[in-house]
Design a protein. Sequence first.
Length: 115
Amino acid sequence: MDVYVYALDTLADWELDFVTAELNSGQYFKKGVENVSLQVAGASGKAVTTKGGMRVTPEITTEEILTSPKTVLLLPGADTWKDPIHKPVMKKAAELLDSGGDRCGCLWCNNEACR
């Protein structure tokens, strides 16, 4: 399974703490389950600053996110979602849904910034 965290300025870093810790460590995974690939993606390779003040540098860009039913894309809250630079990741999220994915525990973006 490929898991991507989308990093953007003002990212709500606290929203990702438990899920990324578990996905990275696999501490509570069933024995024999394959490891998860966890990568940070961004609109560009430029570092962003989270709401908590941490600097995060994406490992890959949005275009490099693999599209498959086994792909997980984590879209954390942020104050900067209306910036047009994030439209490609919303298109990528739609591609993932079209490839057989589902959404879970999130607010579906239904405003101009996401179209």
